[in-house]
Design a protein around this ligand. Structure first.
Ligand code: GLN
Length: 192
């Protein structure tokens, strides 16, 4: 059995919880989906999903709770959406705590004010998704170890390195569980 934790410090946590549970059901895998609030909770899961929200706040709370240390020392797989993508980066255009698990530089509010929020159909891994972007980040540089999975005109919006997956948009706000299923499959490979 694998355990997937949804980081519950700030942001749209319940949507991810719901979407991950739906993905597990559809895949019919032996997986438990739980909330992660403490270092102890983090230690008990194989993977952690970091939601959208405010990346500086989430980053500081991850440090204060000791969750960041657990993720890094116990090699948890991480999927980050929006603010979660920012936190996965090696570097951003702000001074803020980061996990640095994906070799990429991210611009935090990459789409500027006029396009603070927008929706666009996107393609990832040969499949179409409806992308909901809310004050979204984008990767502006990606290192050799990391793989670009999708880009739109304005920038790189999906990046994977090892078992970690960064998405600039909010798959948890749509209907399609495909990206959660993809991450769960990666986690299953990683824990084997
Ligand atoms: N750009 C925001 C940040 O860096 C993230 C926005 C979001 O998660 N919707 O915190």
């Amino acid at each position: 059995m694998i355990r997937i934790g949804i980081l519950d410090l700030q942001g749209d946590v319940s949507e991810h919880l719901e979407m991950t549970r739906r993905a597990v059901e559809r895949m019919d895998v032996d997986a438990e989906v739980v909330k992660v609030r403490t270092a102890e909770d983090a230690s008990a899961v194989d993977a952690i999903i970091i939601s959208g929200g405010e990346s500086t706040v989430i980053g500081k709370l991850m440090e204060e709770t000791g969750i960041k240390d657990v993720i890094l020392t116990e090699n948890k797989a991480v999927m980050g959406t929006c603010a979660g993508m920012v936190l996965l980066a090696r570097e951003t255009d702000y001074e803020q705590p980061l996990l640095g698990l994906i070799d990429m530089k991210v611009k935090r509010n990459a789409f500027g004010r006029q396009k603070d929020s927008f929706e666009e159909d996107i393609e990832i891994l040969g499949r179409k998704f409806h992308g909901i972007f809310i004050r979204a980040p984008a990767a502006v540089e990606v290192g050799e170890g990391a793989e670009v999975l999708s880009r739109i005109d304005e920038g790189i919006i999906a990046v994977k390195e090892g078992c970690n997956l960064a998405l600039a948009f909010h798959p948890e706000l749509g209907e399609n569980t495909g990206l959660h299923e993809y991450f769960i499959k990666e986690v299953l490979n990683c824990v084997e």
